[in-house]
Ligand binder design. Structure first.
Ligand SMILES: Nc1ncnc2c1ncn2[C@@H]1O[C@H](COP(=O)(O)OP(=O)(O)OP(=O)(O)O)[C@@H](O)[C@H]1O
Ligand SMILES: [Mg+2]
Length: 147
C-alpha cells in the first residue's frame, strides 16, 4: 500500500479490510505506530492485519498487560511470524519503555504494532510507519491516514 494516502472507512469491516490490505506490505522487524483517539478503529485495523497473517488468537487492545503476542504465518514463505501488539496508553515516559523491555521486541524478526505510539516515536526517532485515525462526520465513518 502506498504510504501517503487517506482512506475513508464507512464501517468496521472497511477498516478491517484496510488493515488486511496494509499487511501485504509489512516486513519483518518493522514497527508501525497507530495514533488517534479512543474508538477510532486502531484495534479494528490491527485485527485485519492479524487476519492476513492467519492469527488464531483473539486480537484485543492489550491495555492492561502492555503487549499481546500472536502467532501468525508469513504469506511470502509460509513460515511462522510473531506479531507483537502493544498499547502504550498507560505508559507515561520513555523510562517505562525500558522497564517493559521494549527494545527486545523490535529485532525478533516479528512485526510490532503499537497503539498510542507517541513514546515509540521518540524512542525510535521517527523510524516507524505511522497511521493516524480520526472520527469522520458520520457515526461510523473513520478517516485513516498513512504517513
Ligand atoms: N468505520 C469504522 N472503523 C472502525 N471501527 C468502527 C467504525 N465504525 C464504527 N466502529 C466502531 O468503533 C469502535 C472502534 O474500536 P477500536 O477498539 O478499534 O478503537 P481503538 O482506536 O483501538 O480504541 P482504543 O484507543 O480505545 O484502543 C468499535 O466498536 C467499532 O465497531
Ligand atoms: Mg485499541
Amino acid at each position: 500500500m502506498i504510504c501517503r494516502e487517506t482512506i475513508i472507512s464507512a464501517s468496521p469491516e472497511d477498516t478491517f479490510q484496510a488493515g488486511k490490505k496494509f499487511a501485504e506490505d509489512l516486513r519483518r522487524n518493522s514497527v508501525t505506530g497507530f495514533f488517534g483517539d479512543l474508538g477510532t478503529g486502531k484495534t479494528q485495523f490491527i485485527k485485519g492485519i492479524c487476519d492476513f497473517f492467519k492469527v488464531k488468537e483473539a486480537v484485543n487492545s492489550p491495555t492492561f498487560i502492555i503487549v499481546n503476542e500472536y502467532s501468525g504465518i508469513s504469506d511470502s514463505d509460509n513460515s511462522a511470524i510473531k506479531i507483537f501488539h502493544f498499547d502504550f496508553y498507560r505508559l507515561k515516559n520513555m523510562s517505562d519503555l525500558y522497564s517493559i523491555g521494549f527494545e527486545n521486541y523490535t529485532d525478533q524478526n516479528g512485526i510490532c504494532l503499537i497503539e498510542w505510539a507517541e513514546l515509540a516515536d521518540e524512542y525510535l526517532q521517527g523510524n516507524l510507519q505511522k497511521i493516524y485515525f480520526e472520527h469522520g462526520q458520520k457515526e461510523n465513518e473513520r478517516i485513516i491516514k498513512f504517513k
